[in-house]
Design a protein around this ligand. Sequence first.
Ligand code: PAF
Length: 296
Amino acid sequence: MSVRVIRTKDELRAALRPRRAAGETIGLVPTMGYLHDGHLALIRAARERCDVVVMSLFVNPTQFREGEDLESYPRDEARDVELAEGAGADFVYAPSVEEVYPEGFATWVEVGGGLTDVLCGDPGRRGPEHFRGVTTVVAKLFNTVDPDVSFFGQKDAQQAIVIQRMARDLDFRTEIVTVPTVREPDGLAMSSRNTYLSPADRERAPALYRALSAAREAVEGGAGLDAALADARRVLAEAGIEPEYLEARYADDLTPAAAFDGGRPVLVAVAARVGAARLIDNVVLGPPPGAGTPAE
Ligand code: PAF
């Protein structure tokens, strides 16, 4: 069956109703388009788990700050639809801004608990408003699609954690699945924003993952988190990259991690501007050998 492009909530609900009534399970893959292999991995994971796969394609204006790349964010719907179909999507939900945010829109979904004002949510960076935009649009998608399973990428680890918390706190019935980061052969995490990299910056960009890998190796060699972060910082400096942040935080609640406390997995997350692109990446580390079981 070929993919069907749908523009309105009513049309999408009408299309899904008989499928749900027939007992079929529905998978949701939210995206902002300009698909790469990371998105396709999400669609394929949904295809494996669910009878019906809905990919949303919407560049959500409320998660961009003034001065960010909303206008220049890459867009190519025809290409996205073709790629989504190839990866196994049944429906592409591509609403207009007015369909999602009608005149007078005034309701927001905000996750607290210290999850949205750290790392990318720090007010000096993208700010908690970024996550407020994400959770609001994702909550609306959950309400429209009512998915059994929803799929998000591990590259946006903080986003996945925030959405997990929202789904739990607001009793959305969907299961949230986090799919491993897909990387270029040189380790660079796939991202639609990689298109902003000049050839010279593209050469420097894999340093983010090299830095995270250095931290992982240090921990595996028995080093503490501070020493591991110092190693990572050195790798970034060698590539001339000054991180916006490079931090170790517990992966369950994003509080700062100074040590492996009771075997809790630690998220080592980095964000850095490399030329015109702001890139993020992360690894999840377990305690050093002999002190517990590695997390990833
Ligand atoms: O990860 C993204 O592409 C976006 O933040 C999402 C989840 C589609 C919400 O707009």
